[in-house]
Design a protein around this ligand. Structure first.
Ligand code: EPU
Length: 422
């Protein structure tokens, strides 16, 4: 298993090219199940989650090949409708295949994703959505067994909360349902209009994506297309938080500033200078960031996927910060690890009170999930001495070329292989 060794006392400085979005690429890849033929998706990051999903699509009968930054997927000949536990357990986004398989093959058998380190993370809204479209669903031996022998029928669906995954899954299924579907209280995250644009390029009729009411007019037989991915707002945000907390100066290039408004406002509150252009954001950090209050929320609120990184910043800010997690009440696995580095954090349910220190102390810590890993790398940069972060396989799920990008920005991070202790 690999670990990262981060040398403290460095600052991030320079330009960094932002990769294509992981969380937009995954549903767009799955949407190809609706469109027989060869679809080209441009700007797909080379990440472990993309490889895992490619393997799942191949199991279903698709062919997937990488051509430089593009992914080319051919779903002409589907041979299976089953998403097995072994793959789903490593990547929850596998649940996305449920809607498209139901729409195209009229049946699907998809393993339940199971628990997660930060709470139950249910998929009930995905299931309710499919049932509203006329599918029959049963849970058998850990699998969702769904069928729609007479096809799916459009419906008016009100989501209990604006789930990104449920919105995407319903949007894909409804694209080939009979009649019109409305998704009310839909997620507005940028990954949703990105998926809608891809579906529309394939011949779907999706309107209103990016607002709370999405209208999908079912179309018969989508077809392959060439589609674009959007930039990764969380990757960009992670480097920009790094600039703000190391007194650095980073320009994230090839990003979409409108997707990061909440982050830019918060970084400005820390005393950083934030400037933007059409496709770039530059953050010049203060000598020491000021403490701040952050509450995560659905888009366009502050993203939960940047909460851990902000907690790393708060650990070295001047004053007491309060971070409230409203999306996943237990998403705090990074807290004990930051505390090992000397951070002063009191956790009370979903509220973390962080008393900033002028610096942290290097230590051995463990990455527990993707964004927690990113937070620990940032924290290691402001710690005295070396920070050893084990289980960095999490970071490979979601940050393309992270070591090279950090090195280009002046960080000293090396990957080492840890011997297995049995
Ligand atoms: N929820 C339900 N029932 C459902 C679905 C969701 O109660 O059927 C709840 C969740 O438990 C959570 C809230 O709804 O409290 C929002 O979850 P959502 O469905 O929006 O999340 P997701 O689609 O499972 C995506 C990203 C996550 C990101 C969240 C929130 C992908 C592959 N994943 O997950 O990204 O945190 O939206 O923005 O797009 C990451 O990249 O590190 C990551 C975890």
């Amino acid at each position: 298993m690999d670990k990262f060794v981060v040398e403290g006392g460095t600052r991030l400085e320079g330009p960094v090219a932002i990769s294509g979005s992981k969380n937009a690429a995954l549903p767009i890849m799955v949407a190809t199940l609706l469109a027989p033929g060869e679809t080209r998706i441009r700007r797909v990051p080379d990440l472990r989650d993309v490889v895992t999903l490619s393997r799942l699509l191949e199991l279903l009968g698709a062919t997937v090949r990488r051509e430089e930054g593009d992914l080319v997927i051919d779903t002409s000949n589907l041979t299976s409708t089953e998403a097995p536990y072994d793959l789903v357990k490593t990547m929850r986004a596998s649940i996305y295949v449920l809607g498209p398989l139901l729409a195209r093959a009229e049946k699907a058998r998809v393993s339940l994703p199971g628990g997660c380190a930060w709470g139950p993370r249910p998929v009930d809204l995905h299931l309710k959505g499919m049932a509203a479209l006329g599918a029959h669903l049963e849970i058998h031996e850990g699998y969702i067994e769904a069928e729609a022998p007479d096809g799916l029928t459009g419906a008016d669906i009100l989501l209990d909360l604006p789930s990104v995954g449920a919105t995407a899954n319903i949007m894909m299924a409804a694209s080939e349902a009979r009649g019109v579907t409305w998704i009310r209280n839909a997620a507005r995250e940028p990954e949703i209009p990105a998926l809608a644009a891809a579906l529309n390029a394939m011949g779907a009729l999706v309107r209103g994506a990016g607002t709370s009411d999405i209208r999908i007019e079912g179309a018969v037989g989508l077809g392959a297309a060439a589609v674009d991915n959007i930039p990764d707002r969380i990757e960009a945000g992670t480097f920009l938080v790094g600039a703000a907390m190391t007194g650095g100066d980073v320009t994230a290039r090839g990003c979409e500033p409108a997707h990061l408004t909440a982050l830019c406002a918060k970084l400005t509150e820390t005393g950083a200078q934030v400037t933007t252009g059409p496709d770039w954001i530059r953050v010049r950090g203060a000598a020491r960031p000021r403490a701040l209050k952050v509450t995560t929320d659905f888009y366009p609120g502050f993203p939960t996927d940047l909460q851990a990184q902000m907690m790393a910043l708060a650990s070295v800010a001047d004053g007491t910060s309060v971070l409230t997690e409203e999306i996943y009440s237990d998403r705090f696995t990074h807290v004990p690890e930051l505390v090992r580095l000397g951070a002063r954090i009191e956790l009370d349910q979903n509220v973390a009170v962080v008393e900033g220190r002028s610096g942290l102390d290097g230590a051995h810590v463990m990455a527990t999930d993707l964004r927690a890993s990113a937070a620990l790398i940032l924290a290691g940069m402001v710690a005295r001495g070396e920070t050893h972060i084990s289980r960095v396989y999490h970071i490979d799920r979601g940050y393309e070329g992270i070591e090279q990008k950090l090195a280009d920005l002046g960080a000293v991070v090396r990957r080492e292989t840890e011997p297995l202790v049995t």
